[in-house]
Design a protein around this ligand. Structure first.
Ligand code: CP3
Length: 347
């Protein structure tokens, strides 16, 4: 079993820095694009055979130390009664955005075993396919990030409608966040039961909030999910982007590993979070569009800043971009694994 990733999640010493990439299973892999020619993304997620194949690809092609389930944060919302499409190059578009208490109350409960059997089956199949070559990460969207899609109805830059509802209609906000938190807790529990080795809570857009608003409107709900899974004995990764202003609050909400983006130096983020947690992320995904010498220099910068301290997981600050060259990613994985051993390799 390759357990570098899980050891780093627990801040145990490792033989080499573990590395995986957010959105590693997606569009930049030609093998994925070939499957996508015949199937849309939701159909892949609902087909355990295809889903296991796509989830395993990055371990086979890139040599990464963890696989992530091929799914989308929107997928479980279908079972709550939300109608949406994932528009190419745009993202999720909701048919009837949430606007009032009635629409928030109309969201159904989630029964993962009957509502999402294909995901649980895909987890079991992916675990078998991986056969110990890498652990498997399950995930869900955090209540705030899901709520932002449900309220805005489509991707947004400023989150104005989300904030307006949050400030103007606290009862609807509480109802919506409460339902999402309960559904996502059930969802993650069922993924853990089906065999995932770690979970990641994606709060991609929480960085748009002030610390005060995060604390008042978001923290209690993410905290409920993360606390509830504390005794499930799998590492919990808490992810956000643009969250340099929220690190202390996110830590209070909970998690074993914190994912930071490139807007903050990783050593500064780790110092503020405290060395009793692990860190992941930090490389700007756009760096992977540069040449390999530049990519390695930026990777070296991150690895020097983390000083070989136990608990560092190499990753991007956000998702892999579509037009990245696969051979550069393979080379980067090798570079991260060998970092600190280069002199031995060269001699
Ligand atoms: O490695 C992987 O790709 C794992 C699978 C995965 C997908 N979505 C598949 C996907 C994961 C982990 C996600 C998470 C996700 N989805 C997040 C959180 C992470 C983040 O990037 O902030 C969010 C916000 C979404 C919602 C979403 N889905 C958006 C905004 C988009 C469009 C933008 C984009 O990146 O293309 C999607 C579509 C989507 N989800 C694609 C994939 C591979 C691309 C479209 C496709 O291949 O059909």
């Amino acid at each position: 079993m390759n357990d570098r990733f899980l050891k780093a999640c627990k801040r145990q010493p490792v033989d080499a820095t573990p590395v995986w990439f957010m959105r590693q299973a997606g569009r930049f892999l030609p093998e994925y694009r070939k499957i996508r020619e015949k199937h849309d993304i939701i159909s892949i997620c609902k087909n355990p055979e295809l889903c296991a194949t796509v989830s395993t690809l990055p371990v086979e092609i890139l040599g990464v130390d963890a696989a992530i389930m091929f799914a989308d944060i929107m997928l479980p919302l279908e079972a709550l009664g939300v109608k949406f499409v994932i528009k190419e190059t745009v993202g999720p578009v909701i048919e009837n955005p949430i606007q009032d208490l009635r629409s928030a109350q109309s969201l159904s409960d989630l029964e993962p075993k009957s509502d999402l059997p294909f995901i649980l089956e895909a987890i079991e199949l992916t675990k078998k396919r991986l056969d110990g070559r890498a652990p498997l990460i399950g995930f869900c969207g955090a209540p705030f990030t899901l709520a932002s899609y449900l309220i805005e109805g489509q991707p947004t830059r400023d989150f104005v409608n989300t904030k307006a509802l949050m400030y103007r209609d606290p009862e609807t906000w509480r109802t919506l966040m409460d339902r999402l938190a309960t559904a996502m807790t059930n969802y993650l529990r069922s993924q853990i039961h089906a065999g995932v080795d770690a979970i990641q809570l994606f709060d991609s857009w929480a960085g748009c909030l002030s610390p005060e608003d995060y604390r008042q409107y978001v923290l209690p709900y993410s905290e409920r999910i993360l606390k509830d899974l504390e005794n499930a004995e799998v590492p919990r990764i808490h992810f956000g982007t643009g969250t340099g202003n929220l690190l202390e609050e996110m830590k209070e909400a909970g998690g074993d590993v914190f994912s930071v983006d490139w807007r903050i130096p990783i050593d500064e983020a780790w110092q503020r979070l405290g060395y009793d947690v692990s860190v992941q992320g930090n490389l700007d995904p756009a760096v992977l569009l540069a040449d390999i010498t530049f990519i390695k220099s930026r990777a070296a910068n991150i690895l020097k800043r983390t000083c070989g301290r136990a608990g560092h997981i190499f990753n991007l600050g956000h998702g892999m971009l579509p037009n990245v060259a696969v051979e550069n990613v393979v080379e980067l994985v090798r570079y991260v694994h060998n970092f600190g051993h280069e002199s031995e390799i060269q001699s």
